[in-house]
Ligand binder design. Structure first.
Ligand code: IPM
Ligand code: MG
Length: 371
């Protein structure tokens, strides 16, 4: 059988630095586990704009469509702030999501025991937290038409459109229910049905899919603003949250911060199954390109490493290996390894991005001896 194929798009800012650590792990799999990935690389975001005048070339788009999984670092930076909207680094990422039809974005927010003190919330509120936000990723106000800045009378008006079809809502709802069945069988759906028609439809369709196909799953509905409040108050009441593109963007940043560090959290964006049965997939850290620390060795590579672990699980059917990587990360944190973002008020000496990657590789090797 052909080796699993992986397209690496490291992107901008800290993207290439954190990706360098994932490459160490890919190398480890080849030498220590005999699992070889066919790795190719390409440009996305500002670096692609610099080289080709576009945040994503058609060539890279076609490569992304052809591989088993895409692993992306981060895109964007202040250098590109003044660019026309269509040329901004973010458009490269949005094009990948849209053209690969990656409608289901899984954003786990998990609190590592060793880091429970880092949350801005009390330890008992976050210790052991393990929830997943399923964010709709290819529609809603991010893509709805009409959009633009128009002139009306003697002033400008900015327009974006929140638009959802039944089938778009139904398919992301299904992916949330499927995930829930593998976890605690519980889904909370969030929208603003009190003010938005798209929210009314969202609530109805999620309920219909539930009643027809997933009656065994416990389903609740919440207005997204109340959901944000409840996430802060007692996040452990949730297990799987399903929500739209924009609310999911906000709620997932908030859920991420509950766990203490945005630098720790991975994500998977999944689409429909390809001919080989694997879902179209792109994996990326939840954090951004952090241009302020790019090149300083301060970035935490764990979110990107855990994104690779998600690829092992969801694209390559290597769930045990995904668990091995996750356990290795837990181990290095328990042993006290801390990058700069994980320095508590008591201070200490942080290790570099590269040292963190080495520590994870060493823990992987130790996992073989322990077995
Ligand atoms: C995210 C980011 C993106 C988004 C940006 C970079 C386009 O914030 O993945 O959450 O808004 O979706
Ligand atoms: Mg975001």
């Amino acid at each position: 059988m052909a080796n699993p194929s992986l397209l690496i798009l490291a992107g901008d800012g800290i993207g290439p630095e954190v990706m360098a650590e994932v490459k160490k792990i890919i190398g480890w799999y080849e030498t220590r586990r005999g699992i070889t990935f066919d790795v190719s690389e390409g440009l996305v975001g500002g670096c692609s704009y610099d080289a080709h005048g576009t945040p994503l070339t058609d060539v890279v788009m076609a490569q992304a469509q052809a591989v088993d999984a895409v692993l992306l670092g981060a895109v964007g930076g202040p250098k590109y702030d003044k660019l026309d909207f269509s040329l901004k680094p973010e458009r490269g990422l949005l094009r990948l999501r849209k053209e690969m039809d990656l409608f289901s974005n899984l954003r786990p927010a998990q609190c590592f025991d060793a880091l429970a003190d880092f949350s801005s919330l009390k330890k008992e509120v976050v210790a052991g937290l393990d929830i997943v936000i399923v964010r709709e990723l290819t529609s809603g106000v991010y893509f709805g038409e009409p959009r633009g800045i128009f002139v009306e009378g003697n002033e400008r008006v900015g327009i974006n459109t929140q638009r959802y079809t039944e089938s778009e809502i139904a398919r992301v709802a299904r992916s949330a229910f499927e995930l829930a069945r593998k976890r605690s069988n519980k889904v909370c759906s969030m929208e603003k049905a009190n003010v938005m028609e798209s929210g009314v439809l969202w609530r109805e369709v999620v309920q219909e899919v539930h009643d027809k196909e997933y009656p065994d799953v416990e389903l609740s509905h919440m207005y997204a603003d109340a959901g944000a409040m409840q996430l802060c108050r007692w996040p452990k009441q949730f297990d799987v949250i399903v929500t739209d593109n924009l609310f999911g963007d906000l709620l997932s940043d908030m859920a991420a911060m509950l766990t203490g560090s945005l630098g720790m959290l991975p994500s998977a964006s999944l689409g429909l199954p390809m001919a080989n049965g694997r879902p179209k997939a792109l994996y990326e850290p939840v954090h951004g390109s952090a241009p302020d620390i790019a090149g300083t060795g301060k970035a935490n590579p764990i979110a990107c490493i855990l994104s690779f672990a998600m690829a092992l699980r969801y694209s390559f059917s290597l769930g045990d290996e995904a668990t091995r990587v996750e356990k290795a990360v837990e181990q290095v944190l328990a042993d006290g390894a801390r990058t700069a973002d994980l320095m508590g008020p008591e201070g200490g000496t942080p290790i570099s991005t590269s040292q963190m990657g080495d520590a994870v590789v060493a823990a992987l090797t130790a996992s073989l001896k322990a077995a």
